[in-house]
Ligand binder design. Structure first.
Ligand code: CTP
Length: 451
């Protein structure tokens, strides 16, 4: 019996997949197909897969050519499988010619002709045309966006807005965008969506105008600094059929999501305490330490830590209290936020001219999670127990600056919205409307207490 194996994602199953499987089966008597997991695709940088693993398995099975389906979840697995299953022929489409020649040490390698003019990428684009996104702001945060957005399929950074045109034009040139503008209405007309990375206090107005013009909004953290503004924007977004998403990159990263799920799985028992810190000594003279109204440690860096608390313990805390060490101008150089919950506590620590260990610790009744710095770019964490010799290690890929994950989620949410799914929040489970509103509420309470 000749055993044949092939691999793929098989997203939005199409004629090319069908032909490939048919020809693969014709190469032998028994066909095994390895289908990638969501995690594995994410780690390979394939971020916009639409179908779930189960749907992709069902579609491959329905082709009628397959004798066995296996799951591919790590690099190097192909060689393991070939030996484990006693495979005679490894095959893939001709788009991979040469890439798998190294497998000839283990079995025969056949590159089958690829079917022309069809691919999952084309189907994803047909399903939802590329989201043309405009960037609002040209500062340090905005700078990271175009490069990362170009790595996500389904989205294109098209233009940039800054009320000072002399900032926007060089930004456009540096990042090879199609246009710049210093007129917000004209800018909005040219794009499908905006990424807002302007100073905090301008987010609300820019987001509101964009939503009213029917544009999807991805807005840097803190999205707004008042609860009522957050509620208003989400209500407006719903009414206008557009996506509104807060860009706290950690919330959308695979490793952080795994951490949240491990914490909620019961493995550490009941969660009793969350401690999260993030600090950065910023360059003197910058907005973080000079903007006496909106600068300071918590507004600059609080979102990561507060988000982690809200994700782990929920929005319904019983009390929140702030303590700060201040700069001479009244801004907070260092802030601790203390939460009490019915059966748990939480503390966040943020410094803007103070440096402390950046860690996330989740304490439970059976053990604790320790995510070391930089936990906000979660690549690894440990679960530790009373028995100090027992440590479970978890790791996940985190590619680039990490904002590609939030851009991918945003793009997916826009595609869902366009396909008629009008309810925004269930798709954006990684940072829900309620969670973003809770964060705005905490920022508002803090700014009131600082005054
Ligand atoms: N394939 C093919 N003809 C096509 C598209 C895919 O023969 N037109 C083959 C690929 O070469 C691979 C298998 O189908 O052996 C699964 O490919 P996959 O990457 O899942 O599909 P693509 O359509 O290439 O996906 P994407 O556009 O996301 O790269």
């Amino acid at each position: 019996m000749t055993k044949v194996i092939t691999y793929g994602t098989f997203d939005l199953f199409h004629q090319g997949h069908y032909n490939l499987l048919k020809h693969a089966k014709e190469l032998g008597d028994y066909l095994i197909v390895g289908i990638t997991t969501e995690q594995y695709d994410l780690s390979r940088g394939k971020l916009n897969v639409v179908d779930s693993l189960i749907t992709r398995i069902d579609n491959v099975r329905a082709s009628g050519f397959v004798d066995e389906i296996i799951i591919e979840d790590h690099p190097g697995q192909k060689i393991e499988d070939i030996q484990r299953y006693g495979v005679d022929i490894f095959t893939v489409g001709s788009d991979w010619v040469g890439v798998f020649d190294y497998m000839e040490q283990y079995c025969k390698v056949v590159y089958l002709p690829r079917t022309k003019d069809v691919s999952s990428t084309i189907k994803r684009t047909d399903r939802s045309p590329v989201v043309q996104i405009g960037i609002v702001g040209t500062g340090r945060v905005a700078k990271r966006f175009p490069k990362e957005a170009k790595l996500v399929s389904g989205v294109n950074p098209l233009g940039v807005f800054n009320p000072h045109g002399d900032h926007a034009k060089p930004f456009m040139e540096e990042h090879e965008l199609a246009f710049w503008s210093n007129n917000y209405d004209e800018f909005l007309e040219k794009v499908d969506a905006v990424y807002i990375a302007s100073p905090h206090e301008t987010h609300y107005e820019y987001a509101k105008q964009a939503i009213l013009a029917g544009k999807h909004v991805l807005c840097e953290k803190p999205m707004v600094l008042k609860k009522t503004e957050a509620v208003e924007l989400f209500d407006l977004a719903k009414k206008n059929g557009v996506v509104l998403m807060e860009a706290i990159k950690t919330a959308y990263c695979p490793g952080f999501n795994q951490l949240i799920n491990v914490a909620r799985s019961g493995i550490i028992g009941d969660i009793c305490d969350v401690e999260a810190s993030f600090s950065r000594i910023t360059t003197p003279g910058m907005r973080e330490t000079e903007d006496v109204k909106y600068g300071g440690a918590l507004t600059e860096f609080g979102s990561y830590c507060l988000m982690a608390v809200i994700k782990l313990l929920g929005k319904d805390y019983k009390s929140v209290r702030f303590e700060s060490v201040k700069l001479p101008n009244g801004l907070d150089a260092y802030t601790k936020v203390h939460f009490t919950y019915d059966n748990a506590l939480a503390t966040t620590k943020n410094g803007v001219t103070v440096k402390t260990e950046g860690a996330l610790i989740v304490a439970g009744t059976k053990g604790y999670i320790l995510a070391p710095s930089p936990w906000w770019l979660t690549q690894q964490f440990e679960v530790r127990y009373e028995d100090a010799s027992k440590i479970d290690n978890y790791s996940a890929k985190f590619l680039g600056k990490g904002i590609r994950y939030e851009i991918a989620e945003f793009t997916k949410a826009v595609a869902n919205m366009r396909s008629g799914n009008n309810d925004v929040s269930p798709n954006i489970y990684m940072l829900t409307r309620g969670e973003s509103i809770a964060l705005a509420d905490i920022m508002e309470k803090f700014l009131q207490s600082r005054e």
